[in-house]
Design a protein around this ligand. Structure first.
Ligand SMILES: Nc1ncnc2c1ncn2[C@@H]1O[C@H](COP(=O)(O)OP(=O)(O)OP(=O)(O)O)[C@@H](O)[C@H]1O
Ligand SMILES: [Mg+2]
Length: 374
């Protein structure tokens, strides 16, 4: 997967223009608030997903800071190599609605881009993956699995629906004890979907681990070791689906009294976590800022590997503001050792571009993008 050009007009604060990136590393350098993240966001939209900043489509269309007046539309045109041929996608945002034209054909939704163009984004918000609670890490695993196996979305939705129903029942049982006999039916179903989720996550972590270890070793020049451990509330010697289902079923039964008292379900994949360990100790509790950033990067890069293997194309890597807090050898790894992939990496200081061996540097000032000589 390689981006050949991005033409942009009326998008956020970006002045109309066309960017012709390098097939390898592209550094986008500029002071704060000049439009670096806006440029990455424009590229990201071609994955078919929503803005990684959670912005609504209407907010993407440029407005004038002086008059507040809004442009009638935004238009982004991407040419890229995918599936062994050159392709062209055009996204238009008008009246807060997004439309897509792919290789000259109007499509009903931007979802048509899924699998045609793929990218992975790392932005400072992703640091919550290591810094915050387990929900972020479960979302990371589930998000990655949904991209790999669309059927997984259904399993997660069904599990969540049954979980809500079981929790509602737990609260009802306090007033209507006779309902206790009906909980078995929900436990049976919850165990069956829950075991599917746990077994998919375990398999994913198993594949992720060697790649994440390798990426982390590269980032830290072999000085530190990263480990990933999936922590499940159910202890099960065997990780087959049947064994997990039986263990979860048993645990649900054993914790029923406590669950009724609490009014919620205390075990299952919605309570699991993914531990990130650096040198055997928790990155969340003890990692330095640079180590935490490196661990998230390693996770993101290994997610990229697995996505690339599944879709037969190396996804484009978008790295927003990763270089700060990393020492020179870690910066060097990102700038010079991500071979064979197209990378866009933003930074605030021209100092960071000093380490770049090959690639293109773009500077961005008040939304105007210009290419520098390396
Ligand atoms: N729809 C819009 N129209 C016009 N300007 C916008 C729009 N949306 C955002 N902006 C402006 O774009 C500017 C640049 O935003 P961006 O987040 O890309 O900056 P950045 O270069 O990544 O800065 P930082 O280094 O602080 O992350 C902001 O000052 C913001 O006000
Ligand atoms: Mg930014």
């Amino acid at each position: 997967m390689k981006i050949l050009s991005l033409e942009h007009e009326g998008y956020r604060n970006l002045s109309p223009g066309t960017v012709y990136p390098d097939a390898g590393i592209n550094v986008i350098c500029g002071y704060n608030a000049q439009g670096k993240t806006n440029l990455l966001e424009a590229l990201w939209l071609f994955t078919g997903a929503h803005s990684f900043r959670g912005a609504k489509d209407g907010e993407l269309t440029a407005f004038s800071k002086e008059s507040g007046e809004k442009q009638a539309f935004s238009r982004l045109n991407l040419t890229f190599l995918s599936g062994g041929r050159e392709q062209e996608a055009q996204i238009t945002i008008r009246g807060g609605r997004r439309s897509l034209r792919l290789n000259g054909v109007d499509k009903r939704s931007c979802g048509a881009l899924a699998g045609v163009f793929c990218a992975v984004i790392f932005s400072p918000e992703h640091l919550s993956l290591v810094k915050d609670g387990p929900a972020n890490r479960r979302n990371f695993l589930d998000g990655a699995l949904c991209q790999l196996h669309p059927a997984y979305v259904k399993t997660v939705n069904q599990y969540n629906r049954i979980l809500m129903q079981r929790n509602a029942l737990l609260k009802d049982i306090v007033r209507h004890r006779e309902l206790i006999d009906t909980i078995d039916i929900w436990d049976e179903r919850l165990a069956s979907f829950g075991a599917q989720i746990i077994s998919e996550r375990l398999r994913y972590v198993e594949k992720l681990l060697p790649r994440a270890k390798n990426a982390y070793s590269g980032i830290s020049s072999g000085r530190e070791v990263l480990d990933l451990v999936y922590r499940s509330g159910i202890s099960c010697a065997d990780s087959s689906y049947e064994a997990l289902r039986a263990c979860l079923r048993e645990k649900l039964h054993a914790s029923m009294k406590d669950d009724i008292r609490m009014g919620s379900t205390s075990c299952g994949p919605h309570r699991d976590d993914l531990d990130l360990l650096i040198g055997g100790i928790s990155a969340r509790s003890f990692g330095s800022q640079g180590q935490q950033r490196s661990a998230v990067l390693a996770l993101k890069l290994s997610e990229t590997d697995l996505l690339g293997e599944a879709c037969g194309e190396e996804p484009v890597i978008l790295l927003d503001d990763v270089l700060s807090e990393l020492d020179e050898s870690r910066q060097d790894y990102l700038l010079n050792h991500l071979k064979g992939r197209q990378v866009f990496i933003t930074c605030c200081s021209p100092e960071h571009t000093r380490l770049l061996n090959r690639g293109k540097i773009f500077s961005i000032l008040q939304g105007r993008v210009s290419q520098q000589t390396v």
